[in-house]
Design a protein. Sequence first.
Length: 195
Amino acid sequence: MIGASRGLGYACAAELSREGAQVMISARDPARLTLAAGQISRGTGEHVLATPADLTNEADVAPLVIAAAAAFDHVDVLVLSTGHPQRSSFSQADDEQWQSGVDLVLRPAIRLARALLPGMRSRGYGRLIFIGSIYGVEPEPGSAVQSTLRAGLNALSKSIAGEAGAAFVAFLASPRGEFFNGTSIVMDGGAVRRC
C-alpha cells in the first residue's frame, strides 16, 4: 500500500489486513505512517510493516520494492493512492505545477509497475490497483492538472492490462476480482454528477 497513512489508501490497507493479507504501508511522513500502521494492527490483529518513502523521489522506489520483497518474499498486490496535484485552471497552471503533478500522479505508478510487473508475470499472478479520481473520467473546472493526469493514469492502467493479460487487475485484489482487467471503476456512492 502506497500513500496509506490516511484516506483511501489507509482504508484499503486496513481492509486487506482484515482479510488476512500481509500488508506494508508507505507514505512520506514517518510519524503519521507509524501511527497508521499501529492503528491498523490494533484493529485487525495483524502485523503491518511501515516503510517511509517519497515516491516523487525516484531514489525511494527501489528501496521500497526491496523492503517489500525482503519482508514478504514477493509482492502480489500493489494499491497506489497518491495525493492530489495543486488545484489550478489550465490558463493558471505553470510548468512547475504540471511537473509536480506528473511526479505525484503518474511517475510513481509507472515506476512501481515497472518494478513489480516482471515478478508478477513470472508467478502468473498480480494486481496493480491505482486509486484515481472522478476527475479522470469527468474533468473538473479549475482542476486541469489533476483531471488531465488522472485520465492519464486510467490510460496507463489499460495499457498495462493490455500487455500483461487477464492475470492483472480489496475485492479487486482477490481472486474474486479476476474478471476486472484494465478498467476504471467509479465508486461514487451512487451519486450522479451533473455537468
